[in-house]
Design a protein around this ligand. Structure first.
Ligand code: COA
Length: 549
């Protein structure tokens, strides 16, 4: 009897283990894997290049001044042998003639004395650590993540403030430079510690970063804080003053009180910052039921042979899930219904997660299945993972008449209001309203990452070309003219080229539409950390509005 019972339990458990249908020895798999590795080589090369920071001679001058590089500072700040999740490393990639690697700022989540912390570090080797539009977006996004996940912030400041030639695109708007200090005040008001380490210049508006922090450290003969630098003071008042006299470490730790701790050098400053974290408490506000961690039954490297390089290639999203979740165990919801969206529960690094993964175009019933599953997750307080590979919602007379817009709206509504943490990974395409329903950036996922092969745009290049050419042909027809085959082909090629370029993951990440491009093999580790971090804040209750029936 007991044996029969265990056999049934064993079979039941086994039913949840995804059985991969991938043949790793097949020529298609091998070819995909080889091509994917080329994409990865390019990705790693790009990362290696931007990690060098500014021009070699500027890096050398920075070191000669006895200063550590921004990434070296972060390495020293975080606990040994703990991961640092760098965000948007390729921000501003390809912009400004490649003149702003990482947009001149490094942001990411590290661990200090066992607490997860958001670190925001200026790279002074990139145009004096000044801010262009993407630098601002990256700084503000890091603070937003800190707010959503209650992460203390450490600012490693070494910046000339606004990059003056670009002032019009960085200064006055709601999410521009001024937002940093607004965010600091709001974060501090919520009891989220704000710590500044002044390791270089901190000029004009930038002076408010240390001034608005809970605690500030400044490095002797190196850090300066002033509202107007010596040239501005001379121009405004005629007073001649050195930077040290105006706002150096001696002044601010003994006379003005703008800074609290004097450090002799970078290493000392980082040590003081670490010491501050000894008195900062870590609170876990949301508990999740955890299980022992089990590695997936399939090797994550097999993702390279599976992920779509040509987006026309259909990919069974369960093959992706099998290589991300604990034990490849998946409790699928509505397996037999609306199969172009896979939904179900699993665990990542022991944490529970609800997963929605695309398997094709979204139909009305697919949208309803998605909305239903999101409601299950929110009612059980389970974080949600969206795995995007979506061309959009189905089009056509039959579907419009059946009310696809109404059903799609229910899905979008449920995702917009879902207050559990949402995480989004784009593993293929992200097009049209499918991007919205599957928790695109506008739907506030706690993190959104792209893979090197992924693409994002309002629609695919071929579809956009089709639309624009049809519109043009209609216009010409009304005027009694026609589009010549040559002009048609020229138009097609121009649009395809534009969409190819603008749809790439690099184009997206340069503009901070995501939190970075990641190697697919790291997905599980990154998601595990993201879920852990999300527990720093209590999940809020979800309240939906009107679902149009
Ligand atoms: N806007 C635009 N470019 C700036 C800049 C700013 N605010 N501050 C510095 N740069 C540029 C410099 O022109 C230089 O560019 P280049 O390499 O193409 O020649 C580069 O950044 C490095 O500047 P440099 O002065 O050589 O480096 P440094 O390490 O000796 O000094 C600063 C860095 C930031 C301390 C110094 O440049 C400075 O004081 N800048 C002005 C800061 C300021 O007044 N900002 C007010 C804006 S709100």
């Amino acid at each position: 009897m007991a044996n029969t019972y265990y056999l049934i339990v064993f079979q039941a458990l086994n039913m949840f283990r995804i059985e991969s249908k991938i043949k790793t020895g097949s020529p298609e798999f091998q070819q995909n894997q080889a091509e994917y590795k080329k994409l990865l080589d390019q990705f790693r090369e790009n990362l290696a290049r931007i990690r060098q920071g500014g021009p070699a001679q500027v890096v050398a001058r920075h070191k000669e001044r006895g200063k550590l590089l921004a990434r070296e500072r972060i390495d020293l700040l975080v606990d040994r042998n703990t991961p640092f999740i760098e965000l948007s490393a390729l921000a501003a990639y390809g912009l400004y003639d490649f003149g702003f690697p990482s947009a001149g700022i490094i942001t990411g989540i590290g661990v200090i004395h066992g607490k997860e912390v958001m670190i925001i570090a200026n790279d002074a080797t990139v145009k004096g650590g000044t801010y262009v539009k993407e630098t601002i977006k990256k700084h503000v996004r890091a603070q937003e993540i800190a707010m959503e996940n209650r992460l203390p912030c450490v600012y490693l400041v070494d910046s000339g403030g606004v990059f003056l030639p670009e002032q019009a695109s960085v200064f006055p708007d709601k999410y521009d430079f001024g937002r940093f200090f607004f965010n600091q005040a709001r974060l501090s008001s919520k009891g989220i510690p704000q710590i500044a380490v002044v390791m270089g210049s901190c000029t004009a508006g930038g002076a408010y970063v240390p001034a608005m922090s809970d605690e500030t450290i400044i490095v002797r003969n190196q850090g300066t804080i002033f509202i107007g630098g010596p040239p501005l003071v001379k121009a405004a008042t005629g007073e001649e003053v050195t930077a040290e006299e105006l706002g150096g470490a001696e002044v601010h730790t003994m006379i003005s009180g703008v800074a609290d701790h004097l450090a002799e050098n970078d290493v000392h400053a980082i040590q003081i910052c670490r010491n501050i974290f000894e008195s900062i408490q870590r609170h876990e506000y949301q508990s999740l039921e955890t299980h022992p961690i089990e590695e997936p039954a399939y090797d994550a490297e097999e993702l390279y042979g599976i992920l779509p390089i040509d987006l026309k290639k259909p990919v069974d999203s369960k093959e992706i899930i099998a290589r991300i979740v604990d034990g490849s165990l998946f409790h699928e919801f509505k397996e037999r219904y609306a199969p172009t969206l896979t939904t179900g529960f699993a665990r990542i690094m022991g944490y529970p997660i609800g997963i929605l993964a695309n398997n094709g175009v979204l139909f009305g019933e697919t949208a309803l299945k998605g909305a239903h599953f999101v409601e299950l997750c929110t009612s059980r307080n389970i974080p949600i993972l969206f795995l995007q590979n979506i061309t959009g919602f189905i089009v056509g007379k039959q579907f419009e008449r059946a009310g696809i817009a109404r059903d799609g709206a229910k899905f979008v509504h449920a995702v917009a209001n879902a207050n559990v943490p949402k995480f989004t990974i784009v593993f293929g395409g992200s097009f049209g309203a499918g991007n919205y329903a599957m928790a695109g950036r506008a739907y506030e996922p706690r993190f959104l990452f792209m893979y090197p092969n992924s693409k994002i745009s309002v629609m695919g290049g071929e579809q956009a070309a089709g639309v624009l050419i049809t519109v043009k042909e209609e216009q010409l027809k009304a005027a009694g003219k026609t589009l010549s085959p040559e002009d048609r082909d020229k138009m097609l090629q121009t649009i395809l080229k534009k969409y190819e370029e603008e749809g790439s993951a690099y184009f997206s990440t340069a503009r901070l539409w995501d939190d970075g491009i990641i190697d697919p093999v790291d997905t599980r580790k990154i998601l595990g950390l993201a879920i852990a971090i999300s527990q720093n804040r209590k999940y809020e209750k979800t309240q939906n509005g009107i679902f149009r029936m």
